[in-house]
Design a protein around this ligand. Structure first.
Ligand code: FES
Length: 107
C-alpha cells in the first residue's frame, strides 16, 4: 500500500495510506487532508488540486499530458518546476512514500 506524505498549508505533515491506481488527489480527499479542493473531481480542468512534488520523486512520475501542462498555467499559487496536478499522479509501488506540499491557496 503506497504511502503519501502531505505537507499541508499550515505546515503540518500527514502520512496516509493510498491505494494502487488512486490519484494523490483522491487519496487526500478520502483521508480529509486539507488544502486540496479538487473542484472538477479529477478531470484536469480546475487546477485546484495543485501540489509541489518532492524533487526526489520527480524522475519517477509519468510525464504530464498537455492538458495538465496547460492547466498548471492557471494555478492560484505560483507554478514551480515541481508543480503537478495531484489528480493526474496515480499511485503505485514506485511512488511509495512520495512527499507533496500543498500550496497555501488553490482558488
Ligand atoms: S481535480 Fe481539477 S484539475 Fe485536478
Amino acid at each position: 500500500m503506497p504511502k503519501v506524505v502531505y505537507t499541508t498549508p499550515d505546515g503540518a505533515r500527514e502520512t496516509v495510506d493510498g491505494r494502487d491506481g488512486d490519484s494523490i488527489m483522491e487519496t487526500a480527499v478520502r483521508n480529509g487532508v486539507p488544502g486540496i479542493v479538487a473542484e472538477c473531481g479529477g478531470a484536469a480542468s480546475c487546477a485546484t488540486c495543485h501540489v509541489y512534488v518532492d524533487e526526489a520523486y520527480l524522475p519517477k512520475l509519468e510525464p504530464m499530458e498537455d492538458l495538465e501542462d496547460d492547466m498548471l498555467e492557471e494555478t492560484a499559487a505560483e507554478r514551480l518546476p515541481n508543480s503537478r496536478l495531484s489528480c493526474q499522479v496515480r499511485l503505485g509501488a514506485a511512488l511509495d512514500g512520495i512527499a507533496v506540499t500543498i500550496p497555501p491557496a488553490q482558488t
